[in-house]
Design a protein around this ligand. Sequence first.
Ligand SMILES: [Zn+2]
Length: 214
Amino acid sequence: MRGFQRLPEPQILIDRKNAWLTSFLASGKKRPDSSKYAHNSIKIQLNSMSFNKCFYCETKLKGKRKEVDHHIEVSVNPNLSYEWTNLYLSCDNCNNKIPHSTISINDTLNPCLNTDEEIMEHLTFQDEFIEAKNNSQLGLRTIQKYRLDTEILDTRRLKSLKIFYKLILEIKENQINEGRDFLTDEEINAINGFKVINHSFSLMFSVLIEKFNF
Ligand SMILES: [Zn+2]
């Protein structure tokens, strides 16, 4: 999870959300119409906001199933069904979150409200495995709520981590071959590229890079 800046509300919501909401509330249906709240133009704006990543786990969503998630669930507050600030983008893993009745979003970190620094105070990693930092309850609840410790996410993170370790090995080999113990600017940039916000699992790489102290 990283802190994302919300982009401006898509025009289609500005124009139609009131009519959509009135129609949904009058319909007696349990779920709002996904062809409306997950309209392509809304997905595009959410995608831009998160650099094509799941808001919760940072899986890159290109070529993967992406879901528009109601951060405050429809069953909790149907009035927020078409509210821009309540629409998040999530992967198949994280959209299958634990319900509000079991874990409230008030007890979890929020990628649209918390800063990177705040998130890093509560979440950490041992290799590809996510953990609550210093037994933080907020971190633990966040992991549980969005199922950030599932095998599917461990596998995705490990895949990304292997690419990172391959780079580190190449750098070590180059250092040995060239008889130097420092990193070139190019190598530093390549390492730091993993922790920039548009990279998948950038929080994990930020933690690891800090630990390795390159
Ligand atoms: Zn996810």
